[in-house]
Design a protein around this ligand. Sequence first.
Ligand SMILES: NC(=O)c1ccc[n+]([C@@H]2O[C@H](COP(=O)([O-])OP(=O)(O)OC[C@H]3O[C@@H](n4cnc5c(N)ncnc54)[C@H](O)[C@@H]3O)[C@@H](O)[C@H]2O)c1
Ligand SMILES: [Zn+2]
Length: 1624
Amino acid sequence: MSSSNPYPEPDVLKVSVLDKDSIIFGFHLTDYMIRDILTNIPSLSYAIITDKNIAPLYMQTITSRFDIISDELFSNKSIPTKPRLITYVIPPGEQSKSRVVKAQIEDYLLSQCCTRDTCIMALGGGVIGDLVGYVAATFMRGVSFVQIPTSLLAMADSSVGGKTAIDTPHGKNLIGAFWQPKRVFIDLAYLDTLPKRQFANGMAEIIKTAAFWDEKFFVMLENGEQEIQNAATNKDGGVEYQGCNLSTRTSSQSLLLSVLYEAVKVKAYVVTHDERESGLRGILNFGHTIGHAIEAILSPELLHGECVSIGMIKEVEIARNLGYLNQVAVGRLYRCLQSYGLPVSLDDKKVKDLVGSKHCAVDKLLDIMKVDKKNQGDKKKVVILTGIGKTLEKKATIVSDEVIRLVLSPAMKVKPVHESSFPSVRDITLVTPGSKSISNRALVLAALGAGVCRLKGLLHSDDTQVMLNALQKLGGAKFEWEDDGETLVVTGGGGILQVPNTELYLGNAGTASRFLASVCTLVQPSKLTEQNKHTVLTGNDRMKQRPIGPLVNTLRENGCDIKYIENEGCLPLAITPSSIGFRGGHVSLSASLSSQYVSSILMCAPYANEPVTLQLTGGQVISQQYIDMTIAMMKSFGIETERLNDNVYKIPKSCYRNPEVYVVESDASSATYPLAIAAITGTKCTISNIGTSSLQGDAAFAVKVLKPMGCNVVQTDTSTTVEGPPIGSLSPIPTINMESMTDAFLTASVLAAVAKRDSNNERVTRITGIANQRVKECNRIAAMVQELSKFGVQASELPDGIEIHGADISALKSLADGVNCYDDHRIAMSFSVLACVIPGGAVINEKKCVEKTWPQWWDTLERKLNIELQGVDIEAGNKNSLTALFEIGRKRKNTTPGKHNTTIVLIGMRGAGKTTLGKLASNVLKRKFIDADVYLEQSLNTTIDDYVSTNGWDAFRTKESEHLSTLLSQYPTDYIIACGGGVVEREVNRILLKKFIDEGGKVVHIVRDIEEVINYLNEDNSRPAWGEDIRNVWNRRKILYEENSNYEFNCMNITISNDLVTSNVIDLEKWKRVEADFIRFIKFLAGEDTNQVTDGKRSFFLSLTYPDLTVALEHFTTIMHGIDAVELRVDLLSDQSSSNSSSYHPPVDYVAQQLYLLRRHTHLPIIFTVRSQSQGGKFPDNKEKEMFDLLHYALKWGCEYVDVEIGTSRDLVTKLIRSKGHTKIIASWHDISGRMKWNGDEVKEVYKTANDCGDIIKIIGVANELNDNFALYEFVASLPSDSKPIIAINMKANGQLSRILNNTLTPVTHPLLPVAAAPGQVSVHEIHSARHLLGILPKRNYYLFGTPIKYSMSPTIHNTGFAVLGLPHQYHLFETDNIVGIEPIIESEDFGGASVTIPYKIGVLKYLDEVSESARQIGAVNTVIAVRDKDNKRRLVGDNTDWLGIMYSIERALGDSNSSYQESAGLVIGAGGTSRAALYALHQLGISPIYLFNRTLANAQSLAASFPSDYGITVIPSLSEPLSSPPQIIVSTIPATADVEIPKEILKFTEITKNKMGVIVEMAYKSRKTKLLQVAESFGNDRWIGVEGVQVIVEQGVWQFEKWTGCRAPRNAIEQKVAEKYTA
Ligand SMILES: NC(=O)c1ccc[n+]([C@@H]2O[C@H](COP(=O)([O-])OP(=O)(O)OC[C@H]3O[C@@H](n4cnc5c(N)ncnc54)[C@H](O)[C@@H]3O)[C@@H](O)[C@H]2O)c1
Ligand SMILES: [Zn+2]
């Protein structure tokens, strides 16, 4: 629109409202509009009010055109004066519809001296329209008003009708007026820039209008989805001012225009007939009664149209429940809304992602509806549809609260028949939903046939709808609905088909894709159409992964021209008509994969050029019964197939002759439920669309199950009648194999649950042959056992079935928390059968899950089967369908909150390290480890190889899936499970993993470089060879691993520091680092140690600004002095030497490599930041998706912190937060413009948004003067004390003060870094010095109390630390003979703390206010800390760091050697004060037993006796005595001079364990190599690791330092100084 060319004269449409032609439609109406208002609404001033989103897009064009046109009109005297145009811009969004903003606009108009002679123009969405309209209505008692709607919602709805309003805290639209605009200019060109979600939002109102008013209009929307979306984005644009006049208007533009035109016409008609809403206008409120209530709770996360969309579905469900509307109509509305991207349920994943923990309680919704302005008294009114385009009344209808509650409730209470208030009905006849397989076949056959066929009882589901749409687009046949959608009249096309205009989109409908692939090859080439036209079959992403290769191969071999558009073997396909078409003759097809391929060929075979002989190859034919079904149905349509032998069929060349009527048989599994209700309640029920002629296995349920249980069963060809015995007298069936009707086992189980004793006094039913039910929607066998047991019914799992003990009905318990359905429709329906007799009834949770096969089940249950129902709400977050699946067998209640012990599953290539790392994880987390392959072999009782060679791959894979399902459901917590490498290859497994993840499970993809894997596997001869090149396997699986895991750990063999020898596998030194990193990773995942900075602690992070971290490695330890976290600036990373291109962003692999490099060199928490260009970084602004992809990886990699910019799309942010696990989100905002004021409104808004999504808030402003820092300080100080941590800083040199004052995670630089990450950044050293100067970091004195202490290393340790970090403190020696000497010191104000040594470790106690737990247990204090609270009140706390020194020295030593010490024994030599710390440390490490030796036995005994018995301390009289478990860890606390013999026997540990090392900690430090260390060395340096006394001293000193200062000690600097002093 920015073009300077004048607009062409537009072609417009007009609609009149309240008898004025005031609504004008078209494209690019700017000039037209300006001329129109200047001439027809003459005013002195024109004021355009718009919002901040729209102003930059359109205002400039409008003002400049206004100028030019008004000049022109004035000069040719069409207008008497040249008017002025003023503009005012307000913030976008619903918040602006407020009294405040209204007043601002009014003040602005007044300040501009606007008078009555002003025309106010609202340019924007509904917010602008409503608000500005209300201003116009009251300004100077009402002035002229023009609507220029820019959002689809405003065009279709809010701009028409004259309702204007603002919101108040009490509710939306409560204050307002009716004020009709003089004109409404609906200029569809504005839609070009409207965000997609906003477009869908407007579509909701349009679909609404069609749904209650006009079926033809609705059909237009149903069929036009793709084109309408195209028009909005002007996809096929290219011409300037496209669509302005008819000559440039595309067909999609015309369609979009007519859709809007229709919607507005309806609204205008309604408004004209009932302006002030006394009746008819209420009809516009369809979907809004419930929609508004939802909106009241979920706004602003959900938009108006989105709430109305959900509201419409709920309101048509009310109509369906009341019996006014059938499922066909509900289904059509549902699919139509969905196809425009609108939510149809509060449970939609998208909705949940958006609204987070907000919840719509049913009571709350009903309460809100009570105060709706449109109600009549407190009676609620809903627009009741009786069909698409038809309503019960020409207004809203009163509906009872019970019905509304029933429909809104997520759970359903089923009342037992004997407590029901319904009159009893004993004989019921019912038609149950059609079979999906038969419906799909019938559609294909009737469309290809000749003549008219009335299809009755079709299933109405997504799948059949997709099939129907596709057949419609292929032309030839005609489809019409009769009897309100009960009957589909198909006028067959006799096999004449044409290339459709658009691609055939099949969603995820598998059957349709297989059947249509063959059907499309029948399309004849047309002379009229261009040569290379072809049919495109496509679907959603899932569909594009489902195989279709074997079918396509066969078709290609038979002359069909089919190409894969994307991936070989999958949709999308391009099918080009060829003159031969489908050749026919001998056709061979592999049928071991899917019977649908066979049915597809069979159904099309009659239309081949030659009669077809179909030969099925590939061994065992799968699902023969479906092939039989196809053949039988073809016969009903006049074509007989001959079966020549087992796998060869002959089909004549012919054309189907359509039968007049074809009744689609019921889905046999669905039919079992009403029949079972008759059985359990002792009533009679006839299903009139299934009988003995059925080919579905479940059709035999009545005869094979109900009859033996004591029911009277009568079956005809096409109907089934069951009459149950009196309640409580069903018989058990001792054993029944249900292999041919596995889906019906659940129905049988609930009946068996109430079986009486039979003549043999038996009451048990055993159902077998149903093993496949373990891998359905959930593990149905386990679920059944679990849920039945809730009622008090005993049941247990059999290897391939279930065993159920019948119980007395009167003894059954009604459950408080209801039946969990595991999102499985069959569980819901079968338990509603059982509930019909449970005393007190039963609540079925997740009632929605029945929608999969029988959406109207509950209505049928209540209205047709006469069972009383009641809607039940469950607490927010209490139950969610998926949570339930894996709760089976889980002891949820035993888990302490905050302890995250969900099982961790490892997947990845064979040889990637799953088992090794799995075992390590099991050690570290103290959980059990299961290797799925081993588990499988154990339960198969043979090796995998043998099993495969006897039973084949298919059987093996099925077993594998069953076991995976069992593993996940039986061990959902406290385990580590390593899966076989091929686990992701099967869809069922992937579904299981996804569900596991969805409900909070953790699946880790273990990645290892494929070349290394190959090397490794080549060395490992214990495994069978691969049948396939491993690289191919990896390429295929990589994405599957990635998609089915929520974490990723890379064993990346990166070069670390100085390269060591590299073997062709992986060198051990590196592997140790990998393991250390893995330990951190797994502890993080499990929440055992999230490695994050403690909240409230003053902390710093260092920003790494390198393009490649490798260069920084040599300085790593030094630059991280005093740092608490490191920031990886991902946007600055670059794998290219010169990456100056502004569109460059680092590839994921490179980022991973850099991250792992960092991980291998530091244990500090990592902040993963991708800073965008507009926020001061380098990441391209237009690559938001790529940015979030990286952020998601950061979560997968277990980064401790992820920085997210709040200016990015809310949807993306919300999605990210959903999967954050233990990662903390830093919600950041950088005011690059420098205009944000810390005392202004913008920062408040920024803060609010950041606070909504972050765990930590980061707001960065700019200081132009020093004062800006004080404003910042006040802003932070004004936040409530329990606010989230905030990083608030001003950039530039002027802002340095803010860095000095900031508390949490202050970003710092280091002199050795190449560049600072931001202007004004300072170092830790500088911050400390500055804080000291400012007086907020006063100098403290620290001391060592004891005697003799002359040679102590402590002053070196601490004073080095203070100096390196710029702390002003000082450490002194204070040697005294009398403890009293310390009194003046500790009383002095600047006392910071002290180290305490012999002889005062106990004597110091009396000066302390408090003693730590460890110091108390050890019975000695070696550290005193002066702790000051906010008011500077001081407490003296006694602590002990000796044990920390010992413990961490051991961990460090063994951590580096990578041998674990779980279940190891320890030894402490000596019984003095230090021994107590040593015993305590070993106990903390989990060492047991702990041997204790002392020369004076009695001292050892009394020391041992002073510790609790669970320490497992065993006193040994001599060191040469043989021990049952030789110690791996030895701590010697005796002086180096002590004369203790060290026998070699005591070091036996490393003799008996070949691959583990031992540790000796020597506490004596005056000489380096004590006797003990010398003996240990004689074993060789790869056996015992010696820790010298001085190392322990440094270790404990570092802890002391951190406790005193709260800063991380600069360890390497300290070590260096100590070493210098020690050797000096
Ligand atoms: N008066 C009525 O009869 C009536 C009927 C229905 C709804 N409403 C009211 O309408 C409001 C909702 O209207 P809305 O959905 O249009 O909200 P809106 O005005 O907030 O617009 C939605 C968003 O889209 C942006 N936008 C609008 N047009 C754009 C364009 N062409 N390009 C880019 N961005 C654009 C806006 O800036 C805004 O961020 C609600 O307040 C509702 O109560 C009123
Ligand atoms: Zn609305």
